[in-house]
Design a protein around this ligand. Sequence first.
Ligand SMILES: *[C@@H]1O[C@H](CO)[C@@H](O)[C@H](O)[C@H]1NC(C)=O
Ligand SMILES: *[C@@H]1O[C@H](CO)[C@@H](O)[C@H](O)[C@H]1NC(C)=O
Ligand SMILES: *[C@@H]1O[C@H](CO)[C@@H](O)[C@H](O)[C@H]1NC(C)=O
Ligand SMILES: *[C@@H]1O[C@H](CO)[C@@H](O)[C@H](O)[C@H]1NC(C)=O
Length: 305
Amino acid sequence: MIRTVKAAVLAIAPLAISTSSSKRGLCYVPSSKYPQDDKIWTDTPGSDLSWYYNYQSEPSSSYKNSDMEFVPMLWGASDSDTGTPFLDSVKAQINGGANISYVLGFNEPDGTAATGGSAVPAELAASTWIAQIEPLKELGVKLGAPAVTGAPNGFTWLQDFFTACDGGCTPDFIPVHWYGNFEGMASHVGQVMGTYPNMTVWVTEWGFPNQKLEATQEYYNMSSEWFDRMENITHYSYFGAFRSDVSNVGPNSALLTQNGKLTDIGSWYLGGAAMHNVPKGDSVRMARFAGWSLVVLATGVYMVL
Ligand SMILES: *[C@@H]1O[C@H](CO)[C@@H](O)[C@H](O)[C@H]1NC(C)=O
Ligand SMILES: *[C@@H]1O[C@H](CO)[C@@H](O)[C@H](O)[C@H]1NC(C)=O
Ligand SMILES: *[C@@H]1O[C@H](CO)[C@@H](O)[C@H](O)[C@H]1NC(C)=O
Ligand SMILES: *[C@@H]1O[C@H](CO)[C@@H](O)[C@H](O)[C@H]1NC(C)=O
C-alpha cells in the first residue's frame, strides 16, 4: 500500500498540465441570494463539466435542460422512513427519458449533523441500500458506495456497512471526500483503492481549505492533474462552486469571487484560462465561520466537511 502511494505521488512531477478533462462535474451548492450564478457552470463557453450532483434525488430546476448528466443521491436515512421514495424517483426519471447512469449513496454517514454528515448507522444504511439502491443495478445504473468522510472512522463505518449488507450491497464505484494537503489526499485515495480494489473511485468533494491563494492554486493544479492521469479515478467534483465571501473552506478555495466572477481556479476547472479575478472573503462572515462550521443552504441541506 505504502509503496503504491509513494509511486503515485512521485509520478506527478514530470508531466505536463492538462487543463481540460471529461471527468469533471459540478458539486452544486445553490445560492438563494444569487440564483444567476447557476448559469455560470453551463453557459461559460467550452465548459468542461459533464455531470453534476446536488445531494438530492431530483435534478435542480436550473439544469433540467442542460447537457450535464444528473447523478441522483440518497443523502441519508432515518428509522421513521417509509416506502422507497428514492428508488421510485430514480425509476420515474429513467422512465421519463433521463439518462441516469449513476447514483450516489449516503453523504458522510459517519459524520454528525454538526459537520454536515447524515449520521446513518451502518445497519440502517445497509437495509436502506438493499431496499432503495441495489434494485437499480438491474436497470443498468452504476452504484456509488456511501461517501464517508476522510477521517479514519470512515473506513470503520464502511467495513461495518459491508458486514451488515452481508453480500447484498454491490457498489461499482466508491466516492471519496478529502479536505487537506495533496500528499494526505494521495495517501488516502491509495488506501481506499487498496481496501476496495473492485471499485473505481470518484472524488466527489475535495479541497485544501484556508490556504494562501498560490498554495490553493498549486494544490488544485496538482490534484486535478493527478485525477486526470489516474485511470481508476473516473470522476471528480471540486468543493467550491460558490462565492468566496460565503465560502466555508476559505475564500481562496472558492470557484467564484465575491462578485460572482470565475476565479483562476474556477476558470481552469471549466477548461479555460486564468481570469486574474482575485477572491476576497467577508471579514464578518469569516469570523462567524471560523472553526469549520457550516454553510447552510437554501434547501436546508448542510454542506459538508
Ligand atoms: C448517458 O450517459 C452516459 C455516461 O455519462 C454516456 O456514456 C451515454 O452516452 C449517455 N447516453 C445518452 C443516450 O445520452
Ligand atoms: C466490492 O467489495 C466489497 C467489499 O469487499 C463487496 O461487499 C462488494 O459487494 C464488492 N462490489 C462488487 C461490485 O462486487
Ligand atoms: C483499476 O480497477 C480495476 C478494477 O476496477 C482493477 O482490476 C485494476 O487493477 C485497477 N487499475 C489500477 C491501475 O489500479
Ligand atoms: C496552475 O496551472 C496553470 C495552467 O493550468 C498555470 O498557469 C499556473 O501558473 C499554475 N499555478 C501554480 C501555482 O502552479
